[in-house]
Design a binder for this molecule. Structure first.
Ligand code: ZN
Length: 493
């Protein structure tokens, strides 16, 4: 939620308002709040009037650093599907800050292990689901900070956790949130949190007291105006329906020397430039134009790539350029925000960029507002980077519903599934992926793959050669389908 936006009062599952026209109630409320906070203005708590509802003030949000500020930043995606459970995690990978990445990876691994231990697989969809996303909350040549947001969407309802990992770039060491604090000031922090909690009727004083007694603050960050932000897991100090919540306090006298550097890196971020910049990708000439293709007479196949982009996607773009064939990329918003140059390159080279949602949730578990938010955030990111607004939606896991169809239709988007699946996420073996695609692809098919996997990227030179040798023309999804109807589901011809 943006600072200053409104929660209608008197609801047990409040609506989190991202912007005047879109709100995200319930399950992913805090996720949506997290991922849009970077778009907000400077004020931390300035209320703005809402035309239709009584107003309360939103919880404070951390300052978010645009990931594209950090030279060489890449994202790692870890996913699994089944049996009976699904997981999807993204995490930042910053070259030159290996201990930082390793610490974040460890936190994600712990989330996965806890989810597997605590969550029984389901026989039928919707499956219990674990989502892990991230924000950069500080960046400078001295300090990095990242916030991991973990959401479980299970049979027993949703659960949300947040934790923040810090990095001392000069020492090359990862640090917990507590490193921001000068130890002797912990009682003073508790007093300030008590006062901040008492001023907010949504905070349960007894629950807060328990958290203060435990004294284990693992999610410290800063607001854009430099207040120290203490975030609590869902249900820890406020109603479950509010998601993770935060209290902001004056940091005067509370911060360690590292904490003071961290505050600067949060409020006035700069490129840490910890590694030499990767070679600038040269944009290659656009491949096949629409006018060159007529799928009513040619045997057409559309290659599609999901879940990126990651830095390695550039290698796949090189292969596609070398072979002169276009593809369709269904991007995840959180990855797309970190790679605007790759999005621009895709469009410049004749590929189509479609929408694979902001956080990769099973959309059938969400209500219409949440689905809309998951879609529109990505459309905004892609439009800003490329000038082209996506018209194709690929729902994660291919899971769709009448609600998803309605929202897609209203957004002018068709739903694009697939009919060839080499299961490249499961078998990380280029030869296996190649064999499966070549043996099962036919005229009019849509092939699903994932550009986040190196084994997949490496398989595609040979796959393209094989398909072309078999007489297929490789096209984008719009070229394959021709006229498409918003809301409609397409799985190939
Ligand atoms: Zn996916």
């Amino acid at each position: 939620m943006c600072p200053g936006e409104q929660l209608p009062a008197g609801r047990d599952r409040p609506r989190v308002v991202r912007r005047p026209s879109a709100s995200v109630p319930g399950l992913l409320a805090f996720l949506a709040a997290t991922l849009v906070a970077g778009a907000c203005g400077d004020a931390d708590l300035a209320p703005t009037p809402s035309p239709s509802t009584p107003t309360t003030v939103s919880f404070a949000q951390p300052a978010i650093v645009p990931p594209s500020l950090v030279t060489g930043l890449d994202t790692r995606v870890e996913e699994s599907f089944g049996p009976g459970r699904v997981t999807f995690a993204t995490l930042p990978v910053i070259p030159g800050a290996e201990a930082f990445t390793a610490e974040i990876q460890q936190a994600v691994d712990a989330d996965f292990a806890r989810f597997e231990a605590d969550t029984a697989p389901a026989d039928d969809p919707p499956y219990p689901e674990l989502l892990v996303g991230w924000d950069l909350v500080a960046a400078s040549p001295r300090v990095l900070g990242a916030r991991l947001i973990t959401t479980e969407l299970g049979a027993a309802g949703d659960d949300g956790r947040v934790q923040t990992t810090w990095y001392d770039a000069e020492a090359g060491t990862a640090l917990p949130s507590s490193a921001l604090l000068a130890d002797e000031n912990a009682p003073e922090l508790a007093d300030r949190l008590r006062r901040a909690g008492a001023a907010d009727p949504r905070i349960d004083a007894d629950a807060l007291e328990q958290q203060l007694a435990a004294g284990d603050f693992d999610a410290l960050a800063f607001t854009s105006s430099g207040q120290l932000l203490v975030e609590f897991d869902q249900g820890a100090v406020a109603a479950e329906g509010l998601g993770p919540v935060a209290l902001a306090v004056d940091p005067e006298g509370l911060l360690s020397v590292f904490g003071q550097s961290a505050s600067l890196a949060a409020t006035a971020p700069s490129d840490p430039a910890l590694a030499p910049p990767p070679p600038t990708a040269t944009t290659r000439p656009a491949v096949t134009a629409d006018s060159d293709v007529d799928c009513s007479v040619q045997r057409c196949v559309a290659l599609t790539f999901d879940d990126g982009p990651v830095a390695g996607t550039a290698d796949l773009l090189d292969v596609l350029a070398d072979k002169g064939v276009p593809a369709t990329f269904f991007v995840v918003g959180s990855n797309a925000q970190a790679q605007p140059d790759l999005l621009a390159r895709m469009v410049a080279e004749g590929h189509v960029v479609g929408n694979h949602t902001q956080d990769h949730p099973d959309l059938t578990k969400l209500d219409a507002e949440q689905v809309r938010d998951q879609i529109e955030q990505v459309n905004d990111t892609v439009a800003a980077a490329t000038g082209v607004r996506p018209t194709l939606l690929r729902p994660p896991y291919g899971a769709t519903s009448p609600t998803v169809a309605d929202v897609a239709a209203a957004a002018g988007m068709a739903q694009v599934l697939w009919n060839v699946d080499p299961e490249d996420w499961k078998d990380r073996d280029s030869a296996v992926v190649q064999q499966r695609v070549l043996s099962s692809t036919d005229d009019g098919d849509i092939v699903l793959s994932h550009d986040i996997h190196e084994t997949t990227r490496e398989a595609y030179a040979a796959i393209i050669d094989g398909l072309v040798a078999n007489g297929y023309t490789l096209v984008t999804v719009p070229q394959l389908l021709g006229e498409i109807e918003p809301g409609q589901v397409y799985r190939g011809r």
